[in-house]
Design a protein around this ligand. Structure first.
Ligand code: NAP
Length: 521
């Protein structure tokens, strides 16, 4: 039986055999494939190692040097893509394509930030905005600088992106000059453990720049201080519990949260059945419901359609969803794998029952199914499930409860931009909203009404259809995060992704001296 190790203070740590272990299972067969425990780790020592070794080493490097490092990390993972995909299939139940979404997302984000660093060049601080004259002459000016925080970035990630989740956070922290302690969700930690093993073996990172915790974080969060950063991705309930920790509040540790999201796809009334935008809408919604078995924070949960088009959408989407082959990803015919854990399946079934109080199931059974190429009665399989409510206005629980599975609800609305925006807002804050229209006035209306309730708006139109990658893809150039229920956090968005890890300081003095400082070192 494989025992997952943590990477702490420059060495691999395995918990003693009599420690309390958590089992990791193959979600297609329910076979136990590994065990994890962080028992025996001294979290104060991990923090000290990062603060005393990793931080100073990273801060001594220029942005260009840190970028070089990120590009090296990206390449090292890319070189092991096939192996990582196999582990992902076994530990998380992903098809090759879905596993690629995670692994390629990780390498792509590391490479993107590596490239971005080139433009920052041989400097160790960033100027924030233009300098400004504060007195009568240029003898006294002001300039804001961004400098690396002298602490540790502690990252806790969700089970659904064991590679990308780790890499997108680590890329920003390392480029900013902060050492990282990363903790994957235990259920899918095999992928992260192997990824870190590859990166350690590549021997690119300074000592103390990256440590891994497999298993519980023990008292780690209670030891964080004012220079540290805590970034979390997971459920809203865990986010609330962790952010309320007395120490984080008392120390004013910087906290960034990514949580639940009831993302909406909105079809406009100008889109005719059979048109290119109609086809894009159906293709996107099908993908965003079923990719990674719907276990994406950016998956579509609410599908808003003009009431007059609801029957046509139900029929066309139903046809696509029924064509999905659910089963063990080791079989080439399978297009959607199982849910990742028994708990996920249990929660999804309970969630469908909850949604059924406000909507009726029109595709799927709301029950577990057997999967193709999986033993009968085994595996956490749930076929794509579509529900339909009479109106978005009476669908209460659909706007409140996230079912983290291939499950979404059709919500008819009256076709107006104002109703579409109000329905998006009813989700209480989301990561992404996709809208499908060739009508600029309608599109502007939805953006104006819904913009402050969602982190990103993806616009599908005839002009964008040829390149549009689907609303679920969080790209490093643009914001990932959302207000309210989505956690209120902000990640990625190019250079802005470094902000949690940089401290802003205002300099005041002679202009020439400020310019010299801002230019460099
Ligand atoms: P979760 O149960 O909240 O767990 C998230 C992480 O928190 C895991 O690493 C978990 O570790 C850890 N954790 C739980 N309790 C903890 C504690 N007391 N102290 C320290 N760490 C603790 O969420 P999940 O089931 O992994 O992920 C699904 C959720 O994540 C969904 O709600 C989804 O919407 C959300 N999500 C959001 C985004 C986003 O970007 N907004 C992205 C992906 C997922 P263990 O596994 O060891 O318990």
């Amino acid at each position: 039986m494989k025992i997952l190790k943590s990477y702490a203070r420059g060495a691999w740590h395995e918990a003693a055999s009599n420690s309390p272990f958590t089992d990791l299972v193959d979600p297609s067969t329910e076979e136990t494939i590994a065990r994890a425990s962080s028992a025996g780790l001294d979290f104060a020592a991990l923090l000290a190692h990062a603060r005393e070794r990793g931080g100073p080493a990273l801060r001594a490097m220029t942005f260009a040097e840190r970028g070089e490092l990120l590009r090296g990390l990206s390449k090292a993972l890319r070189d092991h893509r096939g192996e990582l995909l196999e582990i992902s299939a076994r530990n998380t139940g992903t098809t090759k394509h879905d596993g690629g979404f995670d692994i390629d997302g990780a390498t792509g984000t590391l490479a993107y930030y590596g490239g971005l660093a080139k433009s920052l060049g041989d400097r160790r601080v960033l100027a924030d905005g233009e300098d400004v004259q504060l007195m009568r002459t240029d003898a006294f000016f002001g300039q804001h600088l961004l400098v690396p925080r002298h602490g540790v970035a502690v990252h806790i990630n969700a089970f659904n992106f064991p590679a990308w989740g780790f890499a997108e956070k680590a890329a920003c922290a390392l480029l900013a000059g902060m050492p990282v302690i990363t903790k994957p969700a235990t259920a899918t930690a095999m992928v992260t453990e192997r990824a870190i093993e590859i990166l350690v073996a590549a021997n690119l990172l300074p000592e103390g720049a990256l440590q891994l915790v497999c298993g519980s974080t023990g008292n780690l969060l209670e030891l964080l201080g004012a220079q540290d950063v805590f970034a979390f991705t997971g459920s809203a309930d865990t986010a609330l519990a962790l952010r309320s920790g007395r120490n984080l509040l008392a120390a004013n540790t910087r906290v960034n949260l990514e949580a639940d999201s009831l993302n909406a796809a909105v079809l406009a009334p100008d889109v005719a059945p059979g048109s290119p935008v109609w086809d894009l809408f159906l293709k996107d919604v099908t993908r965003e419901m079923t990719q990674k078995a719907g276990q994406k924070c950016t998956a579509v949960r609410r599908i808003l359609v003009p009431a007059a088009l609801a029957d046509a959408v139900e029929a066309a989407l139903g046809e696509r969803l029924r064509a999905v082959v659910t089963g063990n990803p080791s079989d080439g015919s399978v297009t959607m794998g199982p849910l990742a854990t028994a708990n996920q399946l249990r929660d999804a079934l309970a969630g469908i029952a909850k949604l059924s109080t406000a909507a009726r199931i029109v595709v799927g059974s709301g029950q577990r199914t057997d999967g193709v190429a999986a033993p009968a009665g085994k595996g956490f399989f749930l076929a794509p499930t579509l529900l339909r409510a009479d109106s978005w206005r009476t669908a209460g629980v659909v706007h409140e409860h996230e079912v983290f599975a291939p499950v979404a609800t059709l919500l008819p609305y009256d076709g107006s931009a104002s109703a579409a925006a109000a329905a998006v807002a009813a989700g209480g804050g989301t990561l992404v909203t996709s809208i499908y229209s060739d009508d600029p006035a309608w599109t502007r209306g939805v953006v104006g009404g819904a913009g402050s309730f969602t982190g990103r708006i993806y616009i599908g139109s005839s002009a964008s259809a040829s390149e549009a990658p689907g609303s679920g893809m969080a790209m490093p150039q643009t914001l990932h995060g959302g207000p309210g229920r989505a956690g209120g956090g902000e990640e990625l968005a190019g250079l802005a992704g470094l902000r949690p890890y940089l401290q802003k300081v205002a300099l005041q003095g002679a202009r020439a001296s400020l310019q010299e400082i801002a230019a460099g070192v």
